[in-house]
Write a protein that binds this ligand. Structure first.
Ligand code: ZN
Length: 102
């Protein structure tokens, strides 16, 4: 298993978990109840974190990176092929064209 995400709050980790599950990536949430229980560990080691199968690590990281950049703006239309795209996509999934600048 590889750790792909951790954060100080369970809310952030739960959100990231939803992002991965939506992308079809199985992940495991660890340290959900551990915070504060292990006083000898560095604080970040006790944060809730997400782990994925080794083979999914790169895909999971790219999905999370894309989600982190996601805007809450409106859907956009590809200037090349006319495909309608959700705002979290920065390029057209159909033809690869970049999203026009906002
Ligand atoms: Zn396109």
């Amino acid at each position: 298993m590889k750790r792909v995400y951790r954060a100080a709050t369970l809310l952030q980790v739960a959100h990231a978990r939803n992002v991965l599950l939506t992308a079809g990536i199985r992940c495991e949430l660890r340290n959900q109840y551990l915070a504060g229980a292990l006083g000898d560990l560095p604080m970040m080691e006790t944060w809730p974190q997400l782990l994925v199968e080794d083979a999914d690590e790169q895909y999971a990281l790219s999905v999370l990176a894309r989600a982190a950049r996601a805007t809450t703006g409106p859907a956009w239309t590809c200037p090349v092929c006319g495909e309608r795209l959700e705002p979290q996509f920065t390029s057209c999934w159909r033809c690869g064209a970049e999203a026009p600048p906002a």
